[in-house]
Structures are given as C-alpha cells and as structure tokens.
Design a protein around this ligand. Structure first.
Ligand code: HEC
Ligand code: HEC
Length: 350
C-alpha cells in the first residue's frame, strides 16, 4: 500500500474511533434551553424552585450520568435507573415490589418520578421532605443500594472523568455529597409531565371522546377530592380503605409520625402516566386499572382511619368504570415518556 493511502486510512480509523468512543453523540447534548424551568400553564407554584441549585447543562448532565451509574451501589450492580425506568415514567413496569442489590426484594412499589418539584414530601409515607436529600435513602438502604455516601464520593474521586465533570459543573475541584445530591435533584426535578392529551384538552388543543368526557366528569365527582387536578394529588396522607397486607405489615404514615391517627395512610399518588406505571398501590397489589376501579366500586370494609371521601364513591357501573379508565388513559404523556433529555446516555441506540 502506498504511504499516502496508509495515512488516509489511519485518519479514517482514528476519526471513527473518536466518534464511536470519545465523540459526543448529538442526541445527548443538553443546551441551556433544555434545563430552563418552565412552569406549565395552570400548574401551581412549585415547592422546589432550584433556588440554590440553578440548573445548568453541565450539572444536569452530571446528574443524568449519576442517575444511570451503578457506581452508587455497593457492588456496582444497581443504579437509580435500574428501579426507575424511563418508559414507565420512572416507575418499574410489572414489578409489584422493588428489586435491589443481591436480588433483595423491597417493601414497596417503585413510584413514578414526575412533577417532583411540586411535592413537599416524598416516599409513600412522606418519610423524606426534601428533593435534595431524597437519594440518601436508596443509596444507604441495605436492600436497595447498600452504600455509604462517603464511599460513593471516594469511588468517584478515583474516577478521572467524574473528577473533571464535577469540576466543570461546580467550578471547583471539591467533590462533595452536596454537589452529588444537587446534580441528581436537577435531573429528577426537571422530570415534568404536562403535555398529555388531558393537558392539551384543558388548553383547548385537543378533543375528548364521549367516553373520555364522561370519565372526566365521573373522576371529578368521585376521585378528584384526593387526586386533585392538575397534579392528580392533594399531597396529603389518606387511607383509601385497602385491607392491610399481612405479610408486609406496612403501616404507612404512622411509621414516620408515630400517630395512631396515621395508621395505614399513604401519600395520595399523582395519576399521570398511570397507564405505564402498573402494578398499582404502595404494594403493587393491583395489576390492572380495571382491578383498581373494581376495588373503588366494591370495597366497603373500611377501617376507622379510612377517609370519608371513600364512602361517597358508591357503586360504579361497568360503563362508569370503562369511562373513568378511558379518561385515565388520557394522562399518558408521550412528550415526557420519550423526552430525549432523560434517556440513558450509555445506550448506543436511544
Ligand atoms: C432498589 C430500587 C430503587 C433504587 C435503586 C432507587 N429507588 Fe428511588 N424509590 C424506590 C422505591 C421502592 C421508592 C418508594 C419508597 C418508599 O415509599 O418507601 C422510591 C422513591 C423515590 C423517590 C420519591 C418519589 C415520590 O414521589 O415520593 C425519588 C425522588 C427517588 N426514589 C429517586 C431515586 C434516586 C435519585 C435514586 C438513585 C440514587 C433511586 N431513587 C434509587 C426504589 C428505588
Ligand atoms: C380518599 C382519597 C382517595 C379517593 C377518593 C380516591 N383515591 Fe385513589 N388513591 C388514594 C390513595 C391514598 C392511594 C394510594 C393508596 C396505597 O397505595 O395504599 C390511591 C391510589 C390510586 C391508584 C394507584 C396509583 C399508583 O400509582 O399506584 C389509582 C389508579 C387510583 N388511586 C385511582 C383512583 C380513582 C379512579 C378514584 C375514583 C374512583 C380514586 N382513586 C379515588 C386516595 C384516594
């Protein structure tokens, strides 16, 4: 082969390698626009406003990398994204209870991650009250990631790429757990679902079928007192009458507050993207929305702590159930589910 041809080949191969390994795939680039907080029309004022944690592309990208990196777990097998799957609005499709390190089964259903900045308490029992400290819980939980913050930071410090990314993101070479937590809060805090068909219907940009309209009316009459629009939760602890699971013995809010009054109360879950987040309830006991509607229609074995609104639902006809489900399906937000900003950057084909 002639010398010139060899030189051309070397250039081609080196460029291909650079593009493949080191080169940045445009799909994963995040612009300043991408990280701007835009409060959707009709939504209340968020509770977490990124006041001391102004989103920047660099911090967001670092948060994204950390979210999908199993290095946060003791044996580097479990990432946040293992349990919180994007296509399930960051819940876990088809898992009733979470699965953590060493195949250990958790005690609760993985909740969707969406519209978190409107929450003032997290977890099914509100056991955590700040978005920035929330990840401490899964990282240190022995059946989730079983790691210590100090050791996570230690591991990251030994990783040149992370050291550089923290430096670029926060402008100093100090790698702290606070920076790590803030980066994660930027990534999870910007997970906003506000463009479902329901949202477009409310903005006058889409129409509902007769069944969906009737479902919305029934929902407003029977469900919205707890699942309040537009977030589909009133952010309060309620007992919706479920019989306690005798195996799990999960007493909900009372484990945090110590009050008998709070026994078997759970934070009302927002219902956006409910189509994708099955199975349902804190213990994943219902597989289908039909099971949920059958429950709300038929169950009457309530405990003294059950919310009074539950007595007002009454029996639902088969048509009522179909209509409410048709309405619930309008809460699926493809803009959010397919949002490229939240895709795992380690996958080659997004
Ligand atoms: C082993 C599975 C698992 C892993 C790993 C995991 N989570 Fe979770 N996550 C859960 C479960 C289960 C809950 C609900 C826990 C509860 O109610 O006690 C939850 C709750 C949450 C919540 C509260 C949501 C709400 O609406 O209240 C946030 C935010 C969250 N996780 C973020 C993260 C982040 C960030 C990471 C990585 C640092 C992570 N999770 C790792 C299973 C997991
Ligand atoms: C008294 C308040 C209240 C009323 C009224 C109510 N819910 Fe709920 N709902 C809750 C609570 C609390 C939970 C979580 C319970 C648990 O997991 O233990 C829940 C859970 C759900 C879930 C499962 C969500 C998930 O992410 O797993 C669905 C779906 C649901 N409700 C739909 C409805 C519909 C439809 C109606 C009206 C027919 C309704 N709810 C009426 C309080 C209420």
């Amino acid at each position: 082969m002639k010398k010139r041809n060899v030189a051309i080949w070397i250039i081609v191969l080196v460029s291909a390698a650079l593009y493949g390994f080191g080169g940045v795939n445009k799909y994963f680039l995040i612009s300043p626009e991408d990280v701007e907080l835009k409060v959707p029309r009709g939504f209340p004022k968020p509770n977490y406003r990124f006041k001391d944690n102004k989103p920047t592309p660099e911090i967001f990208v670092l948060g994204r990398k950390l979210f999908y990196d199993p290095v946060l777990s003791k044996d580097s097998t479990i990432s946040c994204g293992s349990c919180h799957q994007r296509i399930a609005a960051f819940g876990h499709i088809d898992h009733a209870l979470s699965h953590g390190i060493n195949g250990l089964i958790g005690k609760r259903n993985v909740p969707a991650l969406q519209n978190l900045i409107w929450k003032d308490a997290f977890m099914w029992d509100g056991g955590v009250n700040h978005l920035e400290v929330q990840p401490l819980s899964p990282i240190t939980n022995p059946i989730e990631m079983n790691e210590s913050m100090a050791h996570v930071i230690e591991k990251l410090k030994h990783n040149k790429a992370y050291a550089e990314e923290f430096r670029v993101a926060f402008g100093d070479s100090d790698m702290t757990s606070q920076h790590l937590l803030r980066a994660l809060a930027q990534f999870t805090g910007l997970m906003i679902s506000a463009n479902s068909r329901y949202d477009r219907f409310m903005r006058g940009e889409d129409t509902f079928s007769i069944s969906e309209k009737s479902g919305l009316e029934l929902f407003r009459a029977k469900c919205a007192s707890c699942h309040e629009e537009p977030l589909f939760t009133d952010n309060r602890y309620r007992n919706n009458g479920l019989a306690p699971d005798t195996g799990l013995k999960d007493k909900g809010r009372s484990a945090i507050s110590g009050a008998q009054f709070d026994e078997y109360k759970f934070l009302v879950p927002g219902l956006r993207n409910i189509e994708m987040t099955y199975p349902y309830m804190h213990d994943g006991r219902f597989r289908k929305l039909k099971n949920v509607l059958d429950y709300y229609s038929e169950s009457r074995n309530f405990s003294p702590n059950t919310a009074k609104e539950m007595y007002e639902i009454g029996k639902l006809s088969e048509q009522d159930k179909k209509d409410i489900i048709a309405f619930l399906l309008t809460l699926t937000d493809k803009t959010f589910l397919y949002d490229r900003r939240f895709v795992d950057p380690n996958v080659s084909e997004p």
